[in-house]
Design a binder for this molecule. Structure first.
Ligand SMILES: Nc1ncnc2c1ncn2[C@@H]1O[C@H](COP(=O)(O)OP(=O)(O)OP(=O)(O)O)[C@@H](O)[C@H]1O
Ligand SMILES: [Mg+2]
Length: 402
């Protein structure tokens, strides 16, 4: 990299800081997957990461994503990201958000311990770190959002919520812990043991965290719906309308009623439902109602995309959802998040690619992986502000400004 291009990059970073986008300036890795070490300054515009299969392209996106969610977007446990030359990995990043420079350092050891620092200060809770940097990832696996189980869609929505309201992370954890305890107790009660006074305490705890989750999911979906619908309309030239709706929750209540619900009402109503279903829950030995059983439905022109959508329609809906996600975060934080596109560009047809480029152009720092250094990345370039790196075996083979 020449000194000239570095100073140009710095200048561009400063301009972008004013424009309201998040920019990852630098990433450092130690013993992360197949990277023994890595240290690179990125372009504030488009970064193309290319190379043959299994060389570490997705691993790099995963490392960047880790700095936003402290987990992976790929299935599996965090420990799997620890490389072979030690029992820990380390990811560090310098980034700009809110016009200010920040530094994060995050370590994870096989003893399941995180070591976290933000701007030099030690942070003990993940909730203090999640969402400080925001990232949206779009990978071929995202098609499972349309085709897969409800669990995938819940994970998507909850991930959104955690990035936007960091305090919610602890609530999700609390909910799942209480749910496990309550389910164990329900089985005991069914089999003639257990203490029903303890059940009453679990009901209260579950309603408190569960009501909060339902409340947050409703809010997130209400915001996401118009943004996704608009993106979808643009991609399909107004021919198709995508609607997202929440399935489950309090769908026995009217929308107009729910709209006025306060957090306490969500929690109280949840508690009431648990009381109504208590006998049934004991009989079945499990909690039959709650956010852990809900889903999101996607319909295009009234038909369920999951059941009736073509491959193309499912792709379009997924792309619209991702664009909606970018706009949602921008609306919440006042800044566009970082965008990670894993192997998706070559899979999109011309219209969809154009739609995506239209959103990204000049305003979102983007990281794109592919097996070839593709020509179309030039269409993503922000005034010729881009970087292209070739990866082989967890090492940067070449790097050039484009
Ligand atoms: N914990 C780990 N330690 C060391 N190497 C790992 C670890 N986890 C994964 N790898 C290696 O990383 C490589 C895969 O990297 P990655 O998924 O980033 O490939 P890719 O370049 O995106 O390939 P593709 O083009 O196929 O998507 C594999 O060779 C795998 O063995
Ligand atoms: Mg890959």
């Amino acid at each position: 990299m020449t000194l000239g291009s570095e100073s140009k990059r710095r200048e561009q970073n400063q301009k972008n800081a004013v424009k309201g986008i998040m920019i990852l300036e630098r990433l450092t890795l130690t013993n992360f997957r197949n990277y023994r070490g890595f240290d690179l300054e990125w372009s504030p515009g488009v970064n193309m990461i290319w190379g043959a299969n299994a060389q570490g392209k997705t691993n790099l996106l995963e490392a960047i994503y880790f700095l936003s969610a402290y987990s992976s977007f790929r299935p599996g446990v965090v420990g799997e990201m620890v490389g072979k030359s030690g029992d820990f990995f380390y990811v560090g990043g310098d980034f700009i958000s809110g016009g200010l420079k920040h530094t994060v350092k995050a370590g994870y050891s096989l003893r399941k311990k995180y070591a976290l620092k933000l701007d030099g200060n030690v942070k003990r809770r993940l909730g203090d770190m999640i969402g400080v940097l925001n990232a949206v990832v779009f990978s071929p696996d995202d098609l499972f959002l349309m085709k897969g189980n409800p669990e995938e869609r819940r994970r998507f929505l909850d991930g959104e919520i955690a990035q936007m309201s960091p305090q919610s992370y602890a609530v999700f954890q609390r909910y799942h812990k209480t749910l496990r305890q309550r389910n164990n107790l329900l089985k005991e009660l069914r089999d003639g043991g257990g203490d029903s006074a303890v059940l009453a305490a679990f009901d209260r705890q579950l309603a408190e965290s569960g009501g909060y989750i339902l409340w947050k999911r409703k809010e997130a979906l209400d915001r996401l719906l118009p943004l996704t619908r608009l993106a979808h309309r643009r991609i399909t030239d107004g021919r198709e309308e995508l609607i997202l709706s929440y399935v489950g929750g309090f769908d026995f209540l009217k929308e107009s009623e729910l709209r006025r619900f306060s957090l306490v009402q969500w929690q109280d109503t949840f508690y009431d439902v648990l009381q109504d279903l208590r006998k049934e829950d004991i009989r079945r030995g499990t909690t039959t109602f709650g956010p852990h059983r809900d889903d999101i439905s996607f319909t295009v022109n009234g038909d369920d995309v999951k059941k009736f959508g073509s491959q193309g329609q499912q792709r379009t809906a997924t792309l619209a959802l991702k664009i909606g996600e970018l706009e949602l975060m921008k609306g919440q934080r006042g800044e566009y998040p970082i965008l990670l596109l894993d192997d998706v560009l070559s899979e999109l047809d011309q219209d969809r690619r154009t739609a995506l480029i239209g959103v990204v152009n000049e305003k979102i720092q983007t990281f794109i992986t592919g097996t070839k250094e593709q020509d179309f990345i030039h269409r993503f370039l922000h005034n010729g502000n881009g970087l292209s790196i070739q990866i082989a075996g967890g090492v940067v083979l070449s790097s050039k400004s484009v």
